[in-house]
Write a protein that binds this ligand. Structure first.
Ligand code: CAA
Length: 258
């Protein structure tokens, strides 16, 4: 536990849990809140006893978007000069896997924050959407880029151009979400997955995450080559020797994260 204003950050065994905690504004993502999330995640990144991270909100809202009250009066030159929303992307530099556990609204920046994570688990009542068009603006934190990669052009266009929301089951069908569970089981399910990830070699987990994410940036040929080189590099690790030897000797491996 800690002294943040807009979030709660706690360590649960090997899992770092960040709970967005600005209930009166449905976890609207103010500058202050995003700074705290980045800070908490950085602390977990630097903590060798943490193997994976969960970001969650409340039962009503994961996050209802960027803070409209904070943005309402912002001028173009203000936005440009301070590079509004640029700091959100710090989260994507995290090398440990991050799971978004979403109950309730994940709208605008809330949906974008969830998509910056490595996977999304949703409660049955979760609602995803990019309603910026209704406010006279467009998604500003990766929505137009990540949603299309997650669910394809036609569905992404429909959501972004109409502002229509998508429910949890449709989001799972479309591939935005990896799993839908009853709302009250969301955190325990997310924790189960996070604990499983945290139980493996952290070196190998980081390489797997890096390889998957590189597919966003590279051509298929380059991506396959990058993957193969990382695969080769696992053979320089203790943990590859240990993992394969444990299989052959029919015992559980002991990971050294090196
Ligand atoms: N920013 C600031 N405050 C917000 C907010 C937001 N994004 N979303 C909700 N709130 C505030 C409301 O203003 C309200 O505050 P008051 O009590 O002071 O009036 C409080 O949270 C509760 O909200 P509602 O009374 O509206 O709750 P509801 O249950 O009737 O509706 C909702 C819930 C449908 C999510 C509705 O709040 C809503 O539409 N919110 C805005 C969603 C939105 O447009 N998000 C996109 C923001 S822009 C963006 O994110 C840009 C980007 O790409 C980064």
């Amino acid at each position: 536990t800690n002294t943040y204003q807009y979030i709660i950050a706690e360590k649960k065994g090997r899992v770092g849990l960040v709970t967005l905690n600005r209930p009166k504004a449905l976890n609207a993502l103010s500058d202050g809140l995003i700074s705290e999330v980045n800070n908490a995640v950085k602390v977990f990144q630097d903590d060798k006893d943490v193997g994976s991270i969960i970001i969650t909100g409340s039962e009503k809202a994961f996050a209802a978007g960027a803070d409209i009250k904070e943005m309402e009066k912002v001028t173009y030159s203000d936005a440009y000069n301070k590079d509004l929303l640029a700091q959100w992307h710090d989260l994507t530099k995290t090398r440990k896997p991050i799971i978004a556990a979403v109950n309730g609204y994940a709208l605008g920046g809330g949906c974008e924050l969830a998509m910056m994570c490595d996977m999304i688990i949703a409660g049955e009542k979760a609602v995803f959407g990019q309603p910026e068009i209704k406010l006279g603006t467009i998604p500003g934190c990766g929505g137009t880029q990540r949603l299309i990669r997650a669910i394809g052009k036609s569905k992404a266009m429909e959501m972004i151009l109409t502002g229509n929301n998508m429910n949890a089951h449709d989001a799972e069908k479309a591939g935005l979400v990896c799993k839908v569970v009853p709302p009250e089981e969301l955190l325990s399910e997310a924790t189960k997955i996070a604990e499983k990830i945290a139980s493996y070699s952290q070196l190998t987990v980081a390489m797997a995450k890096e390889a998957v994410n590189s597919s966003y940036e590279l051509t298929l040929q380059e991506g396959i080559r990058f993957e193969r080189r990382l695969f080769h590099s696992t053979f320089a690790s203790h943990d590859q020797k240990e993992g394969m030897n444990a299989f052959v000797e029919k015992r559980n491996p002991t990971w050294h994260n090196k």
